[in-house]
Design a protein around this ligand. Structure first.
Ligand SMILES: [Zn+2]
Length: 180
């Protein structure tokens, strides 16, 4: 599964939802393109036991997916909160997982702290890195940095000069020319 990118604004939106519904669980979708969340859509939790579980309202769910599809978006992640619990998939999350191909964002929340974690829930469970931005883009922009390019040039020049100096030092002495 590709790394999922959730910009701070979208992550905060999910955290706000978790706060608003505390001590109940909130739930919803992170829609977007490829692996990047571009819209957060809360869905009503209709579970009969909302403090310990979530069940998305099916009508809202279909409507949200329809609207997202019209924008060219797909489901990038599903989020829900764990009030007074760690952001680790519960047995219910694993058993009732209808979307194994989609990342699950879990917000562990209590009165003091909030912890967000991202998971792939399939036959096995894998914790995924939670990225703010595209790290690959960041790395590419670093190598375009003119200062680091100058430093790289100086280092290369230094190494080349040392190689030339050592080669000259190791050369056999020139043959003595016969005197006329
Ligand atoms: Zn859960």
């Amino acid at each position: 599964m590709k790394p999922i990118i959730i910009a701070p604004a979208y992550r905060n939106q999910m955290i706000d939802e978790a706060r608003k519904h505390y001590p109940n669980e909130c739930c919803g979708f992170g829609f977007g393109r490829e692996n990047r969340v571009l819209e957060v859509v809360p869905i009503c939790n209709v579970s009969s036991n909302p403090q310990d579980a979530y069940r998305m309202d099916s009508k809202e769910q279909v409507r949200a997916m329809f609207l997202a599809h019209n924008k060219g978006y797909e489901v990038v992640c599903i989020y829900h909160s764990h009030p007074d619990a760690q952001p680790i998939p519960s047995q219910t999350d694993i058993r009732r997982n209808l979307y194994p191909a989609v990342a699950h964002c879990i917000i562990g929340i209590n009165l003091k702290t909030v912890t967000v974690a991202l998971w792939r829930i399939d036959e096995d469970i894998e914790r995924l890195p939670l990225l703010d931005s595209n790290d690959h883009d960041h790395r590419a922009s670093l190598s375009d940095d003119p200062i680091s390019n100058i430093i790289r040039f100086i280092v290369l020049l230094g190494v080349s000069l040392i190689v030339v100096a050592v080669s000259i030092y190791l050369l056999p002495p020139p043959p003595e020319l016969p005197l006329p």
